[in-house]
Design a protein around this ligand. Structure first.
Ligand SMILES: Nc1ncnc2c1ncn2[C@@H]1O[C@H](COP(=O)(O)OP(=O)(O)OP(=O)(O)O)[C@@H](O)[C@H]1O
Ligand SMILES: [Mg+2]
Length: 367
């Protein structure tokens, strides 16, 4: 099938199953048994989620949270201890050997350390899954060339992995994962071994592949920047449990748990600078200032908060930290402001923040 035909086929399949999720977890648990002196580990604990067809679904968590386990139950590499995992409506847990092989053709995977075959050229690495699937040589060569074009490596087809940069190796990994025209692409920390600029180019490629083919992507990472760049929806996982889940913008605007707050703060410039944090007191200080956090989100993201505070309300306002970002194409601002610490001034500032439709809170007081 050529690229266009496959895009049409995928779009048709996507349209047909518009309501049915591409992936669904129903109360999935995975327990690794105790071994030696190691206690039993609950890697996944009653995880339920639904990934819509064509979505880029991010899963973020710290090391050991259960992210890789969550991916590995999707392609049947691990069997859940309890619960159901549905991929395109099929319960993965019930598949036999043949069923699992068919599933893995529909579910591609890319890895942090690329997992390329070092003795094979770029071309032969990408061709490998097609050989396994018994595709004829002629059709295979045409498909591999298309894929190398797609990932921008047409001129490197005869090179060996050792001759490639990290970013190029991951492009080979992506081409190989797409070879069998999967409906789902799983990404396990695919950019964690890359520098920030290469990371961006790989995320751009994944977003382009997603837009072009409609492939559903499940992306696991420990970096909120990755989620911010390309995910539509995000689940925050901790100790095998999903502790927060929703559209990326909503989780950025209203993180509820300490873990989600710290992930969000890591990329929105909303973490309190260390020297300021040290000075912060919970009690007002005579003649001192109050430190406010103000979030500028949604339609209000461009509200003229600083000028309204200073000129409109005649409040002496100082910007301590902050930035305006774009998340999922929508503006998102996060500022730390200092205003005079007298109770009536703080109350007036917070009232104005609310009047503008923004969210604000007092973080503490400084001298
Ligand atoms: N095959 C296994 N046998 C026993 N325990 C395992 C196995 N695989 C994972 N675990 C344990 O399950 C928990 C979750 O592991 P998992 O690899 O899913 O975490 P992760 O979020 O991917 O971490 P990282 O970010 O470090 O890759 C960890 O406590 C880990 O030690
Ligand atoms: Mg992992």
């Amino acid at each position: 099938m050529n690229v266009l035909a496959s895009i049409e086929a995928v779009s048709a399949a996507t349209a047909a199953s518009a309501e049915a999720p591409a992936i669904r977890f129903d109360a999935v648990s995975k327990t690794y048994p105790a071994r030696g002196r190691d206690a039993q580990v609950s890697a996944l604990d009653r995880v339920s989620l639904a990934v819509a067809p064509g979505q880029i679904y991010g899963v973020i968590g710290r090391s050991g949270a259960g992210k890789s386990t969550l991916l590995r139950v999707i392609n049947g590499l691990e069997k859940p201890s309890a619960g159901r995992v549905l991929v395109d409506g099929t319960d993965v847990v019930t598949l036999d050997g043949g069923g699992l092989r068919a599933l893995r053709r529909r579910v591609g995977m890319i890895f942090q350390h690329f997992n390329l075959l070092s003795s094979r050229t770029v071309f032969d690495n990408v061709a490998f899954p097609l050989e396994l699937a018994g595709v004829r040589r002629g059709a295979m060569a045409a498909r591999v060339d298309q894929l190398l074009d797609l990932v921008g490596l047409a001129d490197k087809r005869g090179r060996y992995p050792a001759e490639l940069s990290g970013g190029e190796k991951q492009r080979v990994g992506i081409a190989r994962a797409l070879a069998t025209e999967p409906n789902v692409l799983l990404s396990d920390e695919a950019t964690s071994a890359l520098d920030p600029e290469t990371t961006r180019s790989i995320l751009d490629l994944l977003a382009r592949v997603n837009a072009l083919t409609g492939v559903t992507i499940v992306l696991i990472t420990h970096e909120m920047q990755v989620i911010k760049e390309i995910a539509d929806r995000v689940a925050v996982i901790e100790r095998g449990r999903i502790i927060e889940e929703g559209p990326v913008y909503d989780v950025f605007a209203r993180p509820r748990t300490a873990t989600a707050k710290s992930f969000v703060a890591s990329v929105t410039g909303s973490s309190v600078p260390a020297d300021l944090a040290e000075e912060l007191s919970t009690q007002p200080i005579t003649g001192g200032r109050a430190v406010l956090r103000v979030l500028l989100t949604g339609a209000q993201a461009t509200a003229p908060i600083i000028s309204r505070l200073s000129r409109g309300a005649d409040i002496d306002v100082q910007v301590l930290a902050g930035q305006v970002d774009r998340i999922g194409g929508a503006p998102f601002g996060n500022f730390l402001l200092a205003v005079p610490g007298r109770a009536e001034v703080v109350a007036a500032a917070l009232a104005l923040v609310r009047e503008l439709g923004l969210t604000g809170e007092v973080l503490g007081y400084v001298a």
